[in-house]
Design a protein around this ligand. Structure first.
Ligand code: UDP
Ligand code: MG
Length: 330
């Protein structure tokens, strides 16, 4: 895919935002001095993921006094990973960092990431959470289980506790853009690409304001996309359940035939009922697992874009250049 960045922009910072009106002022206050202080030309690509609050209005206000801020507004809420995709597709920098809007990831680490990538010629620098003590107990445990599972299924190259705070080189961004995936999970796709990588460790802070935009439903969706996108192992569960049921049934067959031959047949309602429930449950689980994969095939065949751009401030009249690095999506 063609998209040499326009000369000059060294660093793009992609920030997906969904109803972040409360966190936005604090983000701008902390992010801007950090980026101004690096001494390279930069842009901030704020992707408003269909917010229903004042995020869009606030972004326009901030942009008036911060020319490096580019606002990409999605038509509706498409989800965190899709918002990241929109940002990655439009970012033009030689390096592209991504960071959450809620200041849980410290922007002060971005210069460190850039320096490390340049000094060691790395294509990927992960932000790795050293300490999640500020996260809730529930979040820590579910995150622990998530990383345990995906590292087993997608491979050990996936760093544990590395979310979507990272820096990518232009080459890595182009590689990501060329993937046909529809339900991208970047924290797994990026390590899977196998680029030379490094880590910057940090402590995860508390959300600066507002509520989490990841309710349990979205967490489950991310986990299912992660697993089904990287492994066919769950499909094999059906086979193993079948094998276990087969041998159990074989044992029960011998038992019931012996009981019949010796004249000790039992009334059998309970055992029949349990057997039916068990087989029914196993079958539903297997059909559900198959369904998840068929759903992915369905989405892939439809080839619909994962996000829709309603407005891009880089295309405002009188603003040059009208950056359009290409790639699908809208
Ligand atoms: N986000 C988004 N779209 C969504 C959900 C979240 O763009 O549908 C953004 C959100 O604004 C934030 C980032 O994704 O910048 C991470 O979300 P959040 O901090 O709520 O997740 P948590 O840290 O609680 O897992
Ligand atoms: Mg957060």
């Amino acid at each position: 895919m063609s998209s040499a960045p326009p000369a000059g922009v060294t660093l793009s910072v992609v920030v997906p935002m969904y109803n972040e009106q409360d966190a936005l002022p604090a983000l701008v206050e902390r992010l801007r001095p950090v980026l101004d202080g690096i001494g390279v030309s930069y842009e901030v690509v704020a992707v408003d993921d269909g917010s229903a609050d004042k995020t869009a209005v606030l972004l326009q206000d901030v942009r008036a006094g911060w020319p490096e801020l580019r606002v990409v507004r999605l038509r509706r809420n498409c989800g965190h990973q899709a918002a990241l995709t929109a940002g990655l597709h439009r970012a033009v920098g030689a390096y592209v960092a991504s960071i959450d809007a809620d200041l849980q990831d410290p922007p002060e680490k971005i210069p460190e990431m850039l320096e490390l990538a340049r000094a060691r010629e790395l294509d990927v620098v992960y932000g790795v959470r050293d300490d999640r003590s500020t996260d809730s107990n529930f979040k820590r445990r579910t995150a622990g289980a998530y990383y345990w599972l995906v590292r087993r299924l997608a491979g050990k190259q996936v760093p544990a506790q590395a979310g979507d705070f990272r820096l990518l080189s232009r080459e890595a961004v182009e590689a990501l853009k060329s993937l046909p995936d529809q339900q991208q999970v970047y924290r797994l796709l990026v390590p899977w690409l196998g680029f030379p990588s490094g880590e910057v460790r940090y402590q995860r802070d508390e959300r600066v304001a507002g509520e989490t935009k990841y309710p349990v439903t979205k967490m489950v969706r991310l986990a299912v996309d992660s697993v089904t996108g990287f492994s066919a192992a769950p499909l094999r569960i059906a086979t193993w359940l079948g094998v276990v049921s087969f041998f159990t049934c074989l044992g029960l067959l011998v038992f019931s035939l012996t009981a019949y031959a010796s004249g000790h047949t039992v009334p059998g309602w309970t055992s029949l009922f349990v057997g039916i429930l068990f087989i029914g449950g196993v079958q539903l689980i297997c059909v559900g697992l198959l369904g998840e994969y068929i759903g992915r095939i369905y989405t892939a065949v439809q080839r619909r874009p994962t996000y829709f751009v309603a407005h891009d401030s880089a295309r405002d009249p009188g603003r040059e250049p009208a950056w359009e690095p290409g790639g699908g999506g809208a």
